[in-house]
Write a protein that binds this ligand. Structure first.
Ligand code: HPA
Ligand code: ZN
Length: 346
């Protein structure tokens, strides 16, 4: 049965909100809302450079990735205790549940915290406990992907990998984030090879601001299974073919691309071009507290601006389950739920 039927455009936002989906590209530190930043600063006795939530929010005007990262790392500095990490992640899961996100794979940046003297145990214990509670209380499954900061050295990545080895069973994969241009994937060739030997799933940010060459080396040198962002791939026809034929998922984040000026407006976003070329694109929120929206905001605003339709919604949601790092039986179950949801809109 083909669950996709033509539908009037006015029911599309309702469908986008209702359909079950997985989020595969969310930096949990990027879910820290200004209100929670202020509450945690107060709880931990930290002085803020901003006098109010409104003033902090006003600073969220970015010109590129680095202008965002400077504020994002400053925001994360209020996270001190295990409970802080728990509260941040659980607040995300509550929003996710409201958006019918049934599974989420959370990036976190241990080096941002260990550099400030917060132990990796504190970070992982808080995040992991939030994942356990999210499943028990909200029915959202969650897993953790630890990222290496690519503006730091490969040696530092090896050191942070070592620190987290006792928590191997609580981490599903390894990612690569932070300032892309000038820090190509191959800088981390040996540490990714080691992570691969250890049995982690591998992903990397590539082709967000950086060139298609970075996507090639993420695939061929790091041997990643998914590309985070990857929107610059449309500049290289051979790369587009490779991504399509190998079914490499791209975790696309439209509102992030808009806020970081990767595209001048949402109508110019290339998500439809990627889907039409047969790529396994997905929609994600990246850093929702900073970029103006969570999953359903990304879906509804992008669909409104680009003219994507119900069949694209189905493909995007289905891709999110197929590209996730969950067991085949769980994927099947979620895709059955997706089909059932579309059947009710037929
Ligand atoms: N790109 C790179 N690093 C990041 C991002 C991003 O969009 N968000 C948080 N860290
Ligand atoms: Zn990202």
């Amino acid at each position: 049965m083909n669950p996709i039927r033509p539908m009037t455009r006015d029911r599309l936002p309702e469908l986008l909100r209702a359909m079950p989906k997985a989020e595969l590209h969310i930096h949990i530190e990027g879910s820290l809302e200004p209100e929670l930043i202020f509450a945690l600063a107060q709880r931990n006795g930290i002085d803020m450079a901003y006098s109010s939530v409104a003033e902090l929010r006003q600073a969220y005007a970015f010109t590129n990735l680095q202008s965002f990262l400077d504020i994002y790392y400053a925001g994360a500095s209020v996270l001190i205790t295990e409970q802080d990490f728990y509260d941040m992640a659980y607040a995300y899961f509550v929003k996710a549940a409201g958006d019918n996100v049934v599974h989420a794979e959370l990036f976190f940046d241990p080096q941002t915290h260990t550099a400030r003297g917060v132990s990796i145990d504190t970070v992982i214990r808080g995040l992991y406990r939030a994942c356990v509670d999210a499943y028990a209380k909200l029915g959202v499954s969650g897993s953790l992907i630890r990222c290496f900061l690519r503006h730091l050295s490969e040696q530092e990545a090896f050191e942070t990998l070592e620190q987290a080895l006792p928590y191997r069973d609580k981490i599903v994969g390894i990612g690569l984030d932070s300032g892309e241009v000038g820090n190509p994937p191959e800088k981390f060739a040996r540490v990714f090879a080691r992570c691969r030997e250890l049995g982690f799933h591998l992903v990397a940010h590539a082709g967000e601001e950086g060139p298609p060459a970075y996507v090639w080396t993420a695939l061929d040198v790091l041997k990643v299974e998914r590309i985070d962002h990857g929107v610059q791939s449309s500049k290289d026809a051979a790369l587009m073919q490779r991504l399509a034929s190998d079914r490499i998922a791209l975790t696309v984040c439209p509102l992030s691309n808009l806020k970081l000026c990767v595209f001048p407006d949402l109508a110019s976003h290339n998500l439809k071009q990627l889907l039409d070329a047969g790529l396994a694109a997905t929609v994600n929120s990246d850093d929702p507290a900073y970029f103006g929206g969570y999953m359903n905001d990304n879906f509804t605003q992008t669909f409104a601006a680009t003219g994507l339709q119900a069949q694209h919604a189905y493909t995007l949601a289905r891709n999110s389950f197929e590209a996730s790092f969950i067991e085949a039986s769980a994927k099947r179950r979620y895709i059955d739920q997706l089909d059932a949801c579309f059947a009710t809109f037929a």
